[in-house]
Each structure stands twice: as structure tokens, then as C-alpha cells.
Write a protein that binds this ligand. Sequence first.
Ligand code: SAH
Length: 382
Amino acid sequence: MANPSLYDMNLSDLEALLRAWGQPAFRTRQIYRQLYLNLAADPAAMTDLPQALRERLAHESTLNPLHLVRSQVSADGLTRKALFALPDGVQIETVLMIYADRATVCVSTQAGCAMGCSFCATATLDLRRNLTAGEMVAQVLWASREVRNLASQPASTTNPGRSSAEDATWWGESHALRRPLERVSNLVFMGMGEPFANYDRWWEAVQRLHDPLGFNMGARSMTVSTVGLVPGILRLADAGLPINLAISLHAPDDALRNELVPINTRYPIKEILAAAHTYVEKTGRRVSFEYVLIQGRNDHPHQALALAKLLRHESLICHVNLIPWNPLPGSPLARSDLQRVRAFQQVLVDYGLACTVRVERGVEIAAACGQLAGGGNCSHLG
Ligand code: SAH
């Protein structure tokens, strides 16, 4: 039988394990603190535990299920992508984005994806398997360790491509002007996979990361993005945690959406908007719609107008996030040029909708939205 996985355990699971090992109850909190506050990546680092217990943990439990295969850093040092192998050899990617006042981790919820969106790199992999909650949690802890390591290093070693004066600006600013970044502050479930196709495990990961006795990440600092799986939207509406919800719309009508997002044939736009209404009513929160802009496919002014009318007609409390499509190797699609993006945005704004353009990170290391394809597709990037 496989060793029990520590990140897959909540506090009472861990308590049960330690009880079975004949350990006193207080060890549970000690280990939980080591995992989620000290970010221990190895039982050997849990120096407040007796040696024998550290050894038993090392031999009879699994701590970190992620094996780092490769990491890539953008030229400015602020975007970091990791390719991890899981214990069964399946690979996933995680992205860390560092800003002046926050650090955001983009987490994968599945290895590959079954949704088949025609513009997304992950779709080319098909679904390999669902991730466990622990495998999602581990990605956040990796990112958090990265942030902590970066914060403790002199700026010039974190970003060899820059002069020390520039370093002082980008990293120093985050220390001097804002609260110091000691760990990851925001989490987006926008990596590989469809979170609501792996709802139970995804929810377990959310709860673990939210646990005030552990990592204690605020629900408002987490965002989940869904392709539009209606049952998941409705479950989240009833879940009682104010996690931000983003829905990938990408088209103003079903005919086009069926082509871009094939799962639309199962959950068409009308049903998605009805579920979004329920979510807004029950939670009092607004919903975001993501809209990838692909030149000549879904970025015409008349399509912007149709989208504006659709959302205004529904009178949803919402926000539209436009994402200029990020190129995939070999794809016949093209990214909308800036002029078209701005024109599209203007139509929505003129209609009174809140609409922003997502500033992309990590395109040159294939770390941007929709570019995650694991070891399979990005080897050309070196
Ligand atoms: N399965 C979830 C999470 C996917 S990734 C979902 O569908 O929402 C987050 C966002 O990136 C989604 O809106 C997705 O449609 C978008 N995306 C996928 N491929 C992209 C690409 N090549 N360029 C820009 N955005 C892309």
C-alpha cells in the first residue's frame, strides 16, 4: 500500500495517523504547523520533532508529491513556471507571478484536460487524470517557498538579467513600500485542467488552504475559473466561502461557442448565465467572464455588441476580462492585435460594462493562460 500523503490529510486525518503511531496528541498541531506555516518540504526540516518521528515520517508517509523536472524564469524574473512529475510519472505545470504588492500562484487541477477547447494547449493532452487535493496544495506550497526564498536572497541573485539598480526597484519596492512578501498571497485555479470536473478534490484543496490553523489563505484571495460546468457553479453558490468565480465565455452566441468550447453543447450560454445569476444572488458577489480574443473569430465589433447586449440583458453583476489569445505552436489561430482588443473593450465599456484587458505574464516561457502543455509541447522553449 502507498504511504499516506500528508497534504491529502486534514487535521483530524493527521491526528488519526499519529494516534495509530502511538504519538501524543500535540504532535499533530506541531506537524501541521511545520507543513503549512514553516512550509517544510522534508520531514528532516521539522527540527522540533524527535529524530525517530522525523525518520518515520520520511519512511512511512509522503510529504511532497511534486518532483521538479524543470523550472523556467522569464527575463524579468517575475514569472516562474515549474514542470513537475507526480509520483506516477504524470506531469503538470504551476506558474508563480510576482507583483509589487502580491504574489499569485496559478494552480493545475488536472493533468491534461477533457474539455477540448480549440484554442488551448492543455486540450491537446486530453485528460490524463484528476489531481488529488494534496497535489494541488503542494503546488501552492512550492510557490510559497519560492517567494520566501526570493525574499531572503539579495536581489541580484534572484534576477541575473538585471542591474542591481533595477533589482532594487522591482523587488525592493515590494519590501519597502508595501507589506513584505513572505509567501504567496493569491491563488488562481487557472492552470491545467477544469476545476469543476474534479470538484470534490478541488474543494478539499480549497478547504485545506483556507484552514485558519494551517495555511490560512483567505477565500477572497482565491479565484476559480471554469469552462462553464453548471453543476459546479451551483455547488460553489451554496458552498459558503467567498471564492471569486470566473467563467470562460469566449463567444456571444452558442453557434460560435460550440466551436471554440465544445462542452457548450452540454451547458449552453443560457444555462451558464442562469447559474451565474444564482451564484450572484446567493453570494452577493459579482462574477467575472473571461473572453479570449482570437483575431477574426470572436473579436469583431458586432460580436462585442452582441456580448454587451447579452450581459446587459441579463443584468448580471459582472466584470469582463478580455484575454488576447496566447499563441500555441502550430496553431492556425492568431492573437487579436491591440487595436482590435481596445475597440472590443470600448464597445463593452460604452454599454456600461466593467471590462479590463488581462496583462499577460510569461508568454516567452509558455507560462501564460492556455499555454500549459507540460513536458510534451514546450520543449522548443528550452
Ligand atoms: N478550465 C478552466 C481553467 C482554464 S485556464 C476554464 O476553462 O476556465 C484559464 C483561462 O485561460 C480560461 O479562460 C481559458 O479559456 C483561457 N485560455 C485557454 N487557452 C488560452 C490561450 N491560448 N490564450 C489565452 N487564454 C487561454
